[in-house]
Design a protein around this ligand. Structure first.
Ligand code: PLP
Length: 409
């Protein structure tokens, strides 16, 4: 329907029979969260319940984890970047990871021992801001490369943390290659939120860092009397986030893990296409990757994330930009009685697709396949707030990327 493509995962394996998820276990998630707690800015982000939206869509409950409140940075990404930089520095210092806290790593003794390090990365904005923030906190330096068309506000937010940052004329995947080349030539450390052959420690730590939000969400759900969600929708760029969360849920909940649906923009749907190819290998999408969902504009899957998602996720969806724009509007102008969530393009696409699945008759087969109905408790993660205020206003005030179709009910 209108370019919304749905695919049940043909390669899914039974609990514990697929890719190794030990590095995303409950114990590792608790370790990552202890590290995050050592920052003064740490607080669990709100888990927002939207009972009136749930009723309108015909599901039991909807919860949105609001990552716009994360460390004052308007996005979840700092969970990964901070943990990876923390673990890297602990390794260089020869410390046990449990010694890695913000104060210990930023102390004059630690700084003197490791010396001045330049951390580099490529980013659509959120990850780069996270790297810049962490290096500022720990007294180190960051050099950040952004793909062409990146938002100037996102660039300014990175520079505000003292990093050297620039917008290149490359797409995301080529900007990653530039960052890697600069690291090799200058002896810098690349902190990339995606893995490739031979580059796995840092992306693994990044994925572990993301488990903090999943651990918090499970605890918050339990406080609300829900033992676990029945469904989770996860947006994917390179899939470190989706892989981290799916791996954590598979490792922690086993057979009780929720139905996990991976959602991507049509223009950068490398997970959908890899699943469709069905040969078990990751497949890349090339070109400009020009989607409104800047955080999801990545054409090459994280090799570690791909294996986890391939083995444990239930379904894949590829969708156009208006679905994300609808999600922003639905969360920004909630049903009477529900709280408002300010959600950006990459944050809101899962809300947008849930509405489509529940209200559009053309998607009834997908709705049935996912068993989405009155008994469902759906967990969504709004991974960013209005990280581009301009785009937020264009969409929410002025109707950019409007729906070409309207729900039947
Ligand atoms: C707001 C937001 N949501 C989701 C993602 C997707 O994360 P990943 O690239 O790990 O799939 C990103 C990535 O930058 C992002 O910025």
């Amino acid at each position: 329907m209108n370019n919304i493509k749905f695919l049940e995962n043909p390669m899914r394996k039974a609990s514990g029979q697929g890719a190794d998820t030990a590095f995303l276990s409950l114990e590792e998630a608790q370790r990552a969260r202890s590290f995050h707690k050592s920052f003064r800015e740490y607080q669990p982000t709100p888990l927002v319940s939207l009972p009136n939206l749930a009723k309108a869509l015909g599901v039991g409950r909807i919860y949105v984890k609001d990552e716009s409140k994360r460390f004052g940075l308007n996005a979840f990404k700092v969970l990964g970047a901070s943990y990876a930089i923390g673990r890297y520095l602990a390794d260089r210092l020869g410390w046990d990871p449990s010694r890695a806290t913000r104060d210990a790593l930023g102390s004059p003794e630690a700084r003197e021992k490791v010396g001045d390090i330049v951390f580099t990365t490529a980013t659509d904005g959120n990850h780069g801001r996270a790297v810049a923030w962490t290096t500022q906190q720990l007294g180190q330096k960051a050099v950040v490369y952004m793909p062409k068309g990146s938002d100037p506000t996102r660039l300014a937010n990175i520079r505000a943390h003292g990093a050297e940052a620039s917008i290149t004329d490359l797409n995301y995947d080529d900007a990653v290659r530039l960052s890697l080349k600069m690291a090799q030539e200058n002896g810098w450390v690349i902190v990339q939120d995606t893995a490739w052959e031979g580059y796995e420690d840092i992306p693994r730590w990044i994925m572990e860092g993301y488990t903090t939000l999943a651990l918090e969400a499970l605890e918050q759900l339990r406080e609300d009397g829900v033992s676990e969600p029945t469904h989770i929708f996860l947006q994917a760029g390179v899939g470190s986030f989706a892989g981290g969360v799916v791996g954590f849920l598979a490792s922690t909940l086993g057979d009780k893990m929720p139905t996990a649906v991976i959602v991507e923009p049509n223009k950068a749907d490398c997970y959908y296409r890899s699943a469709e190819a069905g040969d078990g290998k990751p497949h890349a999408v090339t070109g400009d990757l020009d989607t409104l969902m800047a955080g999801l504009a990545c054409g090459e899957p994280n090799t570690i994330g791909w294996e986890i998602v391939r083995d444990y996720a239930h379904a894949f969806i590829s969708c156009p930009d208006w679905v994300a724009a609808n999600g922003m509007r639905i969360l920004g102008a909630p049903r009477t009685g529900d709280p408002r969530v300010v959600s950006g393009e990459s944050g809101a696409v899962t809300t947008g697709i849930l509405e489509c699945l529940m209200l559009y008759s053309q998607l009834s087969e997908a709705r049935k396949a996912l068993n989405l109905g009155e008994d469902a408790t759906v967990l969504l993660v709004s991974t960013e707030g209005d990280t581009s205020p301009r785009v937020y206003r264009d969409v929410v005030w002025h109707g950019k990327a409007c729906s070409p179709v309207f729900p039947d009910a």
